[in-house]
Design a protein around this ligand. Structure first.
Ligand SMILES: Cc1cc2nc3c(=O)[nH]c(=O)nc-3n(C[C@H](O)[C@H](O)[C@H](O)COP(=O)(O)OP(=O)(O)OC[C@H]3O[C@@H](n4cnc5c(N)ncnc54)[C@H](O)[C@@H]3O)c2cc1C
Length: 416
């Protein structure tokens, strides 16, 4: 317990807000989470469906993590005593390009590529295959030798490779990992992509990472957090505006006339929203937060398996499709959540053609866009967290749950 008990508001109840709230409440501060929706979790958004009469939880946003590049999130799960509820997952992926008639899959334990007779007879596939190995070697060596790639995009990095290789390997993976629309993939910073590929062993011949997900969905950790958190969680509280006085901070909610008063505030909302909420942003806050733009995407929970590989044996945790100039990703949830069921459950992002009668529910999400302009703000973002106000969110890192959660812990530390 620190000497002065602070009254802290956390705006936004996603992984970043939960991280900040967890840290501050552990230190004995009086914490209130203000969340605009009727649920906590943000992108961690589990739903319960009826599967042959059995209530079955499924994730429709955040799904998977691992025990090596999610150290803060895993520590949190240990503190909540739910880490044991996460199960090992084979992080396989498969890719299908309907125009070029190329389909292949890759396992995690061995990154060997599996493909069919069609591909074996297709010279274009063999040239992609050869470039895949050249790319892995080059990217691995550039990262290990710390080659400065900070000012080049992935499109520039791939100049020595064929367009067909980019379209059938690097772009679908990048699109799947960051939920990027095709027009933005080429602009994505090469350094961020290659660091991610390296850290997640996508450049190695095999991966020994333990990928995990909750059989009972992320509801497992959200429920555990809610039941142990000693502070207040105020749902359906859309924050409209934040006024920072010399001593106190006034937070105006959408439906309330009089403001709520706090000593400190942590904005765990997306960067563009955080900026809009401040009635007096400093020049540095304005400059850094305004560099972040967001994409919206629709995630569809459904049972239409026509979006998956034709060969059921190749259905993977991640299933990527290319059609025309666009990439689509579908997660096969039976595999992710280890559901033994006759029905197949799929979560597809921005995928057209899913039959209406197979759709269970649709969800809208916003993702930060990592381009040269936004990524250039990252070295300075922590400079914003020096006083009454602090910021956090997945935009502090690579855009993942660990990034969001860890940035929340740091934001909490910064206001003390
Ligand atoms: C479909 C999908 C799949 C993903 N899968 C994975 C995965 O498998 N593994 C992984 O690591 N990451 C994954 N991610 C990314 C990861 O989940 C996110 O990066 C992370 O959860 C974001 O957390 P956050 O707290 O920064 O933001 P958010 O989760 O967006 O939280 C922000 C919160 O602020 C609230 N809010 C906004 N405005 C206001 C306001 N004015 N007043 C009050 N509250 C407000 C929002 O309602 C929201 O709850 C996935 C993302 C998506 C969309």
């Amino acid at each position: 317990m620190s000497s002065t008990k602070l009254k802290v508001a956390i705006v936004g109840g996603g992984a970043a807000g939960i991280g900040a709230a967890h840290k501050l409440s552990q230190l004995g501060h009086d914490v209130t989470i203000l969340e605009s929706r009727n649920r906590l979790g943000g992108h961690a958004n589990p739903v319960i469906i009826e599967n042959n009469g059995e209530p079955t939880p499924l994730d429709t946003g955040f799904l998977i993590f691992n025990d090596s590049t999610y150290p803060n999130f895993c520590q949190f799960l240990k503190e909540l005593e739910v880490i044991g509820d996460a199960h090992n997952l084979e992080m396989s992926s498969c890719f299908r390009n309907t125009d070029d008639k190329i389909e292949y899959s890759m396992g995690q334990k061995s990154r060997l590529v599996r493909f069919g007779l069609k591909e074996a007879l297709n010279p274009r596939f063999w040239s992609i295959f050869k470039e895949m190995y050249r790319f892995r070697k080059k990217a691995h060596s550039d990262i290990v030798n710390k080659v400065d790639l900070s000012s080049i995009s992935i499109e520039e990095y791939l100049q020595d490779f064929s367009r067909s290789f980019s379209d059938n390997f690097v772009y679908p993976l990048t699109s799947a990992i960051w939920s990027l629309p095709p027009s933005q993939i080429g602009l994505y910073p090469a350094q961020s992509i290659l660091n991610y590929f390296y850290n997640h062993q996508l450049l190695a011949g095999k991966s020994d990472k333990r990928w995990l997900s909750f059989k009972g969905s992320s509801a497992v950790y959200l429920n555990a957090f809610c039941s142990k958190f000693p502070g207040k969680i105020v749902l359906n509280s859309l924050v409209r505006c934040i006024e920072r006085g010399s001593k106190e901070i006034s937070i105006f909610l959408d439906k309330e006339e009089s403001p709520l008063q706090f000593d400190k505030v942590i904005l765990a909302t997306p960067a563009d929203i955080s900026l809009k909420l401040l009635n007096d942003p400093s020049p540095l806050e304005r400059d850094l937060l305004a560099r972040w733009r967001y994409n919206s995407s629709t995630a569809t929970l459904h049972t239409d398996t026509s979006v998956l590989h034709k060969n059921k044996k190749l259905w993977s945790s991640w299933n990527m499709n290319k059609s025309g100039n666009r990439y689509f990703i579908s997660y096969y949830l039976n595999r992710v959540h280890d559901i033994k069921s006759k029905s197949d459950y799929v979560l597809s992002l921005g995928t057209p053609g899913i039959r209406d009668e197979k759709i269970i529910q649709e969800f809208q999400y916003r993702h930060p866009i990592f381009d040269q302009n936004s990524v250039s703000s990252q070295d300075q973002l922590h400079d914003l967290n020096r006083g009454q106000t602090a910021f956090c969110g997945s935009y502090f890192g690579f855009g993942f749950h660990e990034d969001a959660f860890a940035s929340g812990l740091k934001a909490a530390q910064s206001i003390l």
